[in-house]
Design a protein around this ligand. Sequence first.
Ligand SMILES: Cc1cc2nc3c(=O)[nH]c(=O)nc-3n(C[C@H](O)[C@H](O)[C@H](O)COP(=O)(O)OP(=O)(O)OC[C@H]3O[C@@H](n4cnc5c(N)ncnc54)[C@H](O)[C@@H]3O)c2cc1C
Length: 455
Amino acid sequence: MADSYDVIVIGGGPGGYVAAIRAAQLGKKTAVVERDKPGGRCLNYACIPAKTILHSAEVYDHAANGAGLGVVANDVKVDWKALGERRADVSSALSSGVKMLWDKNKVTTIEGEGSLTETGDVAVGDATYEAGTVVLATGSIALAIPGVEFSDRVVDTWGAWSLPEQPKRLAVVGAGASGAEIASAYARFGTEVTLIEMLDQILPAEDKDMARVVERTFKKQGITISTGTPVELVSAGKSSVKVKYGDTETEVDYLCIAGGRAPDTDPLNLETAGVATSDRGKVEINEYQQTSNPKVYAIGDLVGRKALAHKASEEGVVAVEHAAGVETHPVDENLVAGATFCEPQVASVGITEAQAKEAGHDVKIGRQKLGGEGAAAVYDDRDGLVKLVVDSEFGEILGAHVVGNRACDMIPELVNTMALEGGYQELARIVHPHPTMSEAILDAARAVDGWAIHA
Ligand SMILES: Cc1cc2nc3c(=O)[nH]c(=O)nc-3n(C[C@H](O)[C@H](O)[C@H](O)COP(=O)(O)OP(=O)(O)OC[C@H]3O[C@@H](n4cnc5c(N)ncnc54)[C@H](O)[C@@H]3O)c2cc1C
């Protein structure tokens, strides 16, 4: 045995790096095994690069279209090289920050690919490390669509966020959160974007009303949207890709497949260590993230449920707290908010109106358009909606949905209200600061009983 640890975490993404720090805080001798960079895919190839480029798209859009606000900028251009450098710098700074936190908390970093041994210890190269507890946090990998392979021209989401040039024409397959973000950024940079979704609405996980607002705005931004149309044929050439979907055939510079992801478990030796998986390959866990081998926990994209960084982090906290025998709180997935950073942003928590009705709730709805609030005029930010889905019996908030440019910063208030078991009636009496977009939440709560002030 090379060394022994109370806790060994395999994978240093948002799940793994947080789990390791929390374990160290609890006094456990902790190591993280990472074969690539601290911070995982989230910081280096997914969430952070995506949001960095989306921010540049927003700045470009404001600069190019600010004349109505009295700010005239001539000759506004995208500097693709500088944009890529900033994206890399932001990821690199945050990744170094994670390493610094590990060092500060005396977490040992073991570089290399980790796998489980028969005894549930951890092998990295020729070394085997004894572990009291192992936390698997190896995340997920992009899947292409059947019959299509990734290449220079057919890229996954990381490929789309790191293209060597700004494409003139881009098609995105899959209009979930990632696909919508890619379409939204490139369209604002001036690329001709086609967004193709096989289901009958974009952002299929979101409430229909919210998806409709985004679809309308995307179309205004010049994005061509096709729903209910699976891609039938992809033919990649040297400098372009032909795509057939429904009755349409188009040719683009790049095709991005922003579809499904699969758990990254191949090197882990799960079976040997007695760790059970579902038929879709996800690691099976109990409410404390513990697998069928009680010494081994699993968190993040590896396990079922939503694939979100903040969910992964909280699962990491729960796993190591449970392993350490301290009081903890299982993650309530219903209260894990989704956040999509396209323009306009979409954020939601709980269930949609359709899901609430399907579950048999007698539902009441509160809706408030952002455009009704003073802040919308001040910040020139009129497209958007807050929608509350409540149970009519006691006023429990079953779902809260926000679309608008600050939606992802507005949703935590609604998560908190639901987590603290407040009803819409309490929300309707909480004084909100003026002028802020959050006033639309107050009006949406009042709208449930028909007394929104700015409707
Ligand atoms: C384009 C894109 C944008 C996204 N944007 C957001 C967003 O804005 N907000 C959000 O909440 N979520 C977002 N997500 C989802 C988010 O990235 C994931 O949910 C999150 O990264 C999962 O974290 P994780 O810790 O499970 O794994 P990951 O971040 O995937 O990290 C896993 C780490 O494990 C390492 N690893 C894997 N196998 C081994 C091994 N055997 N040995 C050693 N190391 C190993 C990998 O190198 C990697 O560093 C986005 C996803 C994509 C694709």
